[in-house]
Design a protein around this ligand. Structure first.
Ligand code: 3AM
Length: 184
């Protein structure tokens, strides 16, 4: 397998995919500014266009499974909701600094569960760790103390996305492939 094929998602025509909430550009900019305040030096802050909330990481996916995922994603029922990003935190082992909701809204939990089930029905194994909704703002960063944000960020969530990740020397490059509106 060529290294290029590997970067695309494991070769054999597979793509490295995940489901995510993808903020509008103005919100991505606001979150990037927040990242600059939280991580003042060191670390690698994400550029605004890369900022997102991962719902389900799928790994390398072939064309047939992608078609299956897209079909089942279109059947997901979860209402639009507001996400209040009101806490900062860190995953010290992964050296990730993030912001996230102190309380997970029910529609978000429902959406994540439905997409995880869709992945399983399409024959994909996903992470078995509990879902910790977070928006990564910096990697390879010294941990910040976990705690409330002085100025919480409100995110009106109206859709979710299937995203392709391409590994590159400077960090992953993401491409939103398709979006589905939330509906109850
Ligand atoms: O949303 P964040 O930044 O926390 O770290 C990757 C990123 O997480 C994660 O999926 C998100 C989109 O790329 N990721 C990468 N490989 C993974 C894996 N094997 C993974 N998550 C779970 N298992």
């Amino acid at each position: 397998m060529s290294s290029a094929a590997e970067a695309e998602g494991g070769g054999g025509g597979r793509e490295r995919l995940f489901f995510a909430l993808w903020p509008a550009p103005a919100l991505q900019e606001a979150l990037a500014r927040l990242g600059r305040r939280l991580v003042r030096k060191g670390g690698r802050r994400l550029p605004p266009e890369a900022i997102h909330l991962t719902l389900v990481f799928l790994g390398p996916v072939d064309a047939a499974r992608r078609a299956c995922l897209e079909r089942l994603a279109g059947e997901v029922l979860a209402p639009p909701f507001e996400l209040l990003l009101d806490r900062a935190g860190a995953f010290p082992r992964a050296r990730v600094v993030w912001v996230g909701p102190g309380v997970t809204p029910q529609p978000l939990a429902r959406l994540e569960a439905a997409l995880r089930e869709a992945a399983a029905r399409c024959g994909l194994e996903t992470d078995t760790r509990p879902f910790v909704p977070h928006v990564t703002l910096a990697r390879r960063a010294a941990p910040v103390p976990a705690g409330p944000l002085p100025e919480p960020v409100r995110w009106p969530v109206a859709d979710f996305a299937l995203v392709r990740s391409r590994l590159r020397p400077g960090g992953a490059g993401y491409e939103v492939l398709r979006r589905w509106p939330l509906r109850a």
